[in-house]
Design a protein around this ligand. Structure first.
Ligand code: ADP
Ligand code: ZN
Length: 816
């Protein structure tokens, strides 16, 4: 009887799949096997989802071969991939691919033999090279390398040092004329003397040239290698790559007794001593106890840890991790963005030395594959990484932690599948019986509503712990928050970006030698505005405001990267009175310098991070090399900087103005998180929020440290409009080269959806739009969107085949 395989094919095609192939008798296939299958006129990698006895497809082509003898994915991973594909309407292959090791080919290839096994092979422990002689003898070795060989070019040079040589004689004595000419062009001058050509060489060049010419290419590689180890041990692979040395070079030098080779097994790392845990506070202890109960019972429960900023959430994560490991389980720790979480990563590495794998976009591919392999083999049991680490091959997974669970980076927008890691983790909890811990000082409204409805346990850390304190812990009060009404400042004639209160507070903080943070709500919100017509200067391709960058000045589009010089006349009305609106961090730095002179400033925004790196910026400030940290969103992430006593929010309003149902929530989160950076040390903290909307409930609640007040108000508003957590959303966006085409296509699909809605009598899904998408244009494409709202907005979409140019986002972040 012929068997058929349902295969998730990594073809890059937007078709959702899976695809059917026949199973040749010679192959013993199981669910989860990686195989090669024909794809159009090429071959692609596939993962077997199921083996069945009949085919839904006539005469399917056969599976070509198996790649790895052992199945790559297990049944529950495949089931989760299928769930993601279904929930987010994504191609099954893209969902299966989430689980594959880094570097797995995701496109078809010409030949079936072009694929290697997918499961990484163990990399041997790295070999270290060192010198076998003492430093002095090693240095002499370098001077004299190679020691005894004399080659013809060297002999020629020696001869030339005694005086000019006749060209013909030289050719006869020291090699062919052609050869000679080659050396000449590099080392000597040819001088003509009557009929004869003489070779000469200058005194200086002779010395250097002799040394260089005396060596063959191999000898030059060996010399570079000897130099590389002169200062001490180096990694063999790195050194060979850097010097071009081959295996044979290394062997030769080792045999001659000039080099040592030694190998440090990976396990040696474990000898580092673990940092002992502190004594927990009562609130931490209660939270850890509750988690321990769940871990012990393997009950797949979800817990929401609501801990105010500085309350020691990380310590709860560490303690729960220790419990999971003690029970023989593995742990996944997700952080919103790995580059922004060096402190968290360092704390896990210090507590669990040698057991932590870190998934990082900057890892070399070979290192990333090695990390994956070490997790799969069980050599490492903790994985720390961003969103996609959720799919890492941690063995006996017992605990998943999402730090700062409210962050939007947990949602993947592009490419497919557009999954929300929090939702996937919740599914893992249910299906895999993994304990899931969501932690935040400002829980997402949806997470909190879940917890209050009893779907998750609520763990609370209501108080701050003094940071940077030696000895037993001490609880400290939250920072004092002051809201400044910028309209009043304007009335009082203040023209500066700093209100009187913030100005005074900065001066005081600088004088007391403490550190302070100034927060700008959005990077470079420094567009050009026309004072005549009020229009902003926009990107011609994306229809969003361009931002002004200094020095330059240069206008840049943060969607498509367009750069252009600022216009002198307003593109809309032709008036010359166009001015910079608001400001970016450049401008803020200028203002601070003008007011406070030569104070040390660290800038932290996307631009500076790209140049210097997040970790280095953080180190600079944490070590006290600067007194002021100026930055955008990034500085709102869970940093622990005990010396910061003042946090100033320069402009609290910009995110309130966004036309999006989440604008208030985002503002509340940002303000609370920024405020949370101040006063973590014992010396008290102060926060000043400058705003034009001091009475807005998001601003007021953040100022009062009152999450519950915000939650109640926001929940009421959401309920009235059926936004999450009440209804769910789906956003359909279409891109076309002309506005008319985009509109026509959006109208066509909207009509189709209306019709399906009529047919499903029960469907309570609302269809909102079509409307312009945000941004309305992107990379020269015109975009329109349709929003669906209801309890299962995907229900109308399941059987529709969307043509190219549509993007479907289930549970999008925000409505725009
Ligand atoms: P959060 O993530 O909740 O903002 P952190 O985990 O960064 O807070 O903790 C704040 C500070 O308190 C850190 O410096 C941490 O080392 C310290 N800390 C946390 N728990 C304890 C404890 N039980 N004893 C002493 N110090 C603690
Ligand atoms: Zn653009």
């Amino acid at each position: 009887m012929t068997l058929y395989a349902r295969v998730a094919v990594l073809s890059g095609s937007p078709l959702r799949g899976p695809f059917t192939y026949s199973v040749p008798e010679s192959l013993e296939l199981r669910r989860g096997h990686a195989v090669i299958v024909p794809w159009r006129s090429q071959y692609a990698l596939g993962i077997i989802l199921a083996i069945e006895s009949d085919s839904d497809y006539e005469n399917p082509r056969p599976v070509e071969r198996i790649l790895d003898a052992e199945p790559l994915l297990d049944a529950r991973q495949l089931a989760l991939a299928e769930w993601i594909a279904e929930r987010y309407l994504a191609p099954i292959a893209d969902c299966v691919a989430l689980f594959l090791p880094p570097g797995t080919p995701r496109r078809p290839k010409r030949s079936a033999s072009g694929f290697r096994p997918v499961i990484p092979k163990p990399r041997l422990a790295p070999v270290q090279l060192g010198r076998a002689l003492d430093a002095e003898r090693h240095a002499r070795l370098i001077d004299e390398w190679p020691q005894s060989r004399r080659s013809r070019p060297a002999a020629l040079l020696d001869a030339l040092r005694d005086g000019p040589l006749d060209y013909a004689d030289a050719a006869r004595l020291f090699g062919g004329a052609a050869n000679l000419a080659r050396w000449l062009s590099r080392t000597t001058l040819a001088a003509s003397d009557g009929e004869q050509v003489h070779l000469v060489v200058g005194e200086d060049e002779a010395g250097e040239a002799a040394a260089a010419l005396r060596r063959t290419a191999a000898e030059r590689r060996q010399l570079r290698l000897l130099r590389a180890v002169a200062a001490g041990e180096v990694d063999e692979a790195d050194a060979c790559r850097a010097t071009g040395a081959t295996r044979a070079d290394v062997r030769l030098l080792e045999r001659l007794g000039y080099l040592t080779r030694s190998s440090v097994p990976f396990a040696a790392n474990v000898l580092v001593e673990a940092e002992p845990p502190p004594e927990l506070t009562d609130a931490q202890g209660a939270a850890v106890e509750a988690l321990r109960g769940s871990l012990f019972a393997d009950d797949g429960s979800i817990h929401l840890l609501h801990g105010v900023t500085g309350s020691g959430k990380t310590e709860v994560y560490l303690a729960a991790t220790a419990d999971a490991l003690a029970g023989g389980g593995g742990v996944i720790v997700l952080v919103p963005e790995i580059a922004l979480a060096p402190q968290t990563v360092a704390r896990f590495e210090a507590r669990f030395p040698g057991q932590v794998a870190v998934q990082h976009s900057e890892l070399k591919p070979a290192d990333a594959r090695e990390q994956w392999r070490q997790l799969r083999s069980g050599a490492k049991r903790i994985l720390v990484g961003a969103r996609s680490a959720l799919f890492g091959p941690v063995q006996k997974l017992a605990l998943v932690i999402l730090d700062e669970e409210h962050e939007w980076t947990y949602k993947q927008t592009d490419p497919q599948p557009r999954y929300q890691a929090r939702a996937v983790a919740q599914r893992m909890a249910q299906e895999w019986e993994v304990v899931t811990l969501l932690g935040s000082a400002t829980p997402d409204l949806v997470s909190m509503a879940d917890a209050r409805a009893g779907h998750a346990g609520l763990l609370i850390l209501p108080e701050r712990i003094e940071s940077g304190r030696a000895g037993p812990h001490a609880l400290i009060p939250p920072p004092v928050v002051e809201v400044v009404d910028m309209r009043e400042e304007l009335e009082a004639g203040v023209r500066s970006v700093f209100s009187r209160a913030l100005d005074a507070a900065i001066s005081e903080t600088l004088a007391s030698n403490a550190q302070l943070i100034l927060f700008l709500n959005r990077r470079g919100l420094s567009g050009l505005v026309c004072r005549n017509c009020g229009e902003t200067v926009q990107c011609s391709r994306c229809a969003i405001a361009l931002t002004l960058h200094r020095p330059g000045p240069l206008l840049r589009c943060h969607e498509c990267g367009l750069r252009e010089p600022p216009p002198t006349l307003c593109p809309s009305c032709g008036d010359a009175r166009i001015r910079a609106m608001s400001f970016g961090s450049d401008r803020l730095v200028d203002e601070v310098r003008r007011r406070w002179g030569d104070v040390g400033i660290t800038r932290w925004d996307r631009d500076s991070a790209r140049r210097i790196g997040h970790a280095e910026i953080l180190r600079e400030f944490a070590e006290g090399r600067a007194q002021i940290l100026i930055g955008t969103q990034m500085i709102a992430k869970g940093l622990d900087l005990p010396r910061v006593t003042l946090a100033g929010v320069v402009n609290a309003d910009l995110s309130l103005r966004e036309a999006d149902y989440t604008a208030a929530e985002r503002t509340f989160q940002l303000l609370t998180q920024v405020a949370g950076r101040a006063g973590r040390g014992g010396t008290g903290g102060r926060v000043i929020i400058q705003t034009y909307a001091p009475d807005h409930y998001a601003v007021a609640a953040a100022a009062a440290h009152d999450y519950d007040a915000f939650y109640e108000t926001e929940l009421r508003l959401r309920s009235a409009l059926d936004y999450p957590p009440f209804g769910r959303l789906a956003r359909l966006t279409v891109s076309r080269t002309s506005a008319a085409e985009a509109a026509a296509e959006a109208d066509r699909v909207a009509a189709l959806l209306q019709e399906r809605r009529m047919r499903h009598e029960r469907s309570a899904t609302e269809i909102i739009g079509p409307a312009p998408a945000w941004p309305e244009r992107r990379r020269g494409q015109h975009r329109r969107q349709i929003l669906l709202r209801g309890s299962d907005p995907a229900e109308l979409l399941r059987e529709i085949d969307f043509p190219r140019g549509w993007s479907i986002d289930i549970d999008p972040v925000g409505s725009h």
